[in-house]
Design a protein around this ligand. Structure first.
Ligand code: NAD
Length: 491
């Protein structure tokens, strides 16, 4: 135990650890204890320049010459290294983010499967060919977009890093990845492991640093061809503006305020515990958290009582304990922001039927699973992403009203429908504006299944075969097989 404090974490550029040019070392604090955790080098704009240069050199050098079969082997080797180092990686992530180890273990498994999925998916990359009529023949080539700048948030640092790295590397791109300054440990460790298993220098560079300076510099850098960003909708809008000058390729995975719709004919023995998981997993700090429960009117009172009881029964505490279901939030500041929303909800007339109070013991950034009942979709707490263990519950009259309320936010990332009527489930799946719809099933993200947003939840997809396309250019080659010249001007 206590792996993280035993060393300083430097930047990872061109296959090796590297001090930051400004010499800044940020002191990280463990969210669950408030104790010092590790010191991490913070990149400057000059370090981003170095990382981009290394990534460009690798693109035109060793990595660019690596055959697809070898890229596949390396991705499998990195998956194996994650498995071999899973204890260390899990502890790093738990202590850095504060989330429950049971969640982190599941995320780590998914990260491994994600590398394996893209290792296999490399075989699907290919152009097509067609005779065009007459003597013309066409074929297309798939080529890597180039250097990918990837920016990830603090809520799933390890898993978001693998979501980003795997398809980019599979497509043959090189990467400069900027983790959040608060949560860079697992990404830095993964870059070291990648080098140990044989990824050439420059293929993967990891440069933690502040978003508004170093992150922006990466987005605007002329040596970067594509930006893949996961984070808030507001930052996504800024990145779109910044990326527009260079006409950069862009993938944006942004915020959510996803509905969880419970019809009166649903199997409550499944819907209640699964709905509790859908919001309180990762202490609600999930883009796809189903943070708005919509319940059919006839079931409403019964549901609120049973769900609130389930929320209050969850085990909140030491994230390193296997039995813990809800760990700490990322920081005391974020916890206070979450509590501020609960106060706003109270002020707007919501009834707090579980949680809603700041813990008396100030140690660690814990917040209890909270239920705000009697909410309508016009309230702030129904419209804004709270990003904590807080769910709103609203009643709906009928199917049409359920769809109206489900779509009444600017986001469209995810939705879950609980019903005993399969046809109704499929009807709603078509009418709800969201990138993923689950029917009688709480889970959201599987390697191989495209994940991403409608509306202001962003565009582009992760985790799927579609993602590879976002890291590839298509080049059309047209060739004449005729022995005669074309001479179009008749000269
Ligand atoms: P954030 O937008 O503040 O920061 C995300 C990352 O962007 C960080 O690494 C940050 O340093 C960097 N950044 C900030 N400003 C930047 C700028 N101007 N230019 C370049 N980089 C910049 O988001 P956050 O608060 O860290 O994360 C939570 C948000 O992420 C939530 O809105 C959540 O819904 C979203 N999220 C979305 C998904 C998804 O797949 N759709 C997944 C996880 C999280």
């Amino acid at each position: 135990m206590a792996v993280a404090t035993e060393r300083e974490y430097l930047l990872f550029i061109n296959g090796e650890s590297s001090e930051a040019s400004g010499g800044e070392l940020k002191e990280l604090t463990e969210p669950a204890t408030g104790e010092p955790l590790a010191k991490v080098a913070m990149a400057t704009e000059a370090d981003i320049d170095r990382a981009v240069e290394a990534a460009r050199a690798a693109l035109g050098g060793d990595w660019g010459r690596t055959a697809p079969t070898e890229r596949s082997r390396l991705l499998h080797a990195l998956a194996d290294a994650l498995v071999a180092n899973r204890k260390e990686l899990a502890e790093l992530e738990v202590r850095n983010v504060g989330k429950a180890i049971s969640s982190v273990k599941a995320e780590l498994n998914q990260a491994v499967e994600n590398f394996r999925f893209y290792a296999s998916a490399i075989g699907s990359i290919g152009g097509r060919s067609n005779p065009l009529g007459g003597s013309l023949l066409f074929y297309s080539l798939k080529e890597p977009v180039g250097v990918a700048g990837q920016i990830v948030p603090w809520n799933y640092p390890l898993m978001m890093t693998t979501w980003k790295l795997a398809p980019a590397l599979a497509a043959g791109c090189t990467v400069v990845l900027k983790p959040d300054s608060q949560t860079p440990l697992s990404a830095l460790r993964m870059a070291e492991l990648a080098t140990e298993v044989g990824f050439p220098p420059g293929a993967i560079n990891v440069v933690p640093g502040p978003g508004t300076t170093v992150g922006r510099h990466l987005v605007q850098h002329p040596g970067v061809d594509k930006i893949a960003f996961t984070g808030s909708t507001e930052t996504g809008a800024q990145i779109m503006r910044d990326a527009s000058d260079g006409i950069k390729r862009l993938t944006l995975e942004l915020g959510g305020k996803s509905p969880n719709i419970i019809f009166a004919d649903a199997d409550l023995a499944d819907a209640i515990p699964s709905s509790a998981w859908s919001i309180y997993y990762s202490a609600g700090q999930s883009c796809e958290a189903r943070s708005r429960i919509l319940v059919e009117q006839s079931l409403y009172d019964d549901f609120v009582a049973k769900f609130s009881e389930a929320a209050a029964s969850l085990k909140v505490g030491d994230p390193l304990e296997n039995e813990t279901q809800v760990g700490s939030l990322i920081s005391p500041e974020h916890r206070d922001r979450v509590h501020g929303y609960v106060e706003t909800g109270r002020g707007e007339g919501a009834e707090v039927t579980a949680g809603g109070e700041l813990p008396r013991d100030g140690k660690g950034a814990f917040y209890p699973p909270t239920v705000l009942a009697g909410v309508n979709q016009e309230m702030t707490v129904a419209q804004e992403e709270i990003f904590g263990p807080v769910v709103t519950i609203s009643a709906f009259a009928d199917e049409k009203d359920a769809i109206r309320q489900a779509n009444a936010v600017r986001y469209g990332l995810m939705a879950t429908v609980w019903t005993g009527d399969p046809a109704r489930g499929h009807r709603l799946a078509r009418r709800i504006k969201a990138g993923t719809v689950g029917i009688n099933m709480p889970f959201t993200a599987f390697p191989g299944i495209p994940f991403g947003g409608y509306k202001q939840s962003g565009f582009g997809r992760e985790l799927g075969l579609e993602t590879l396309e976002l890291y590839l250019e298509t080049k059309s080659v047209i060739v004449s097989t005729s022995p005669k010249p074309f001479n179009p001007f008749g000269l």
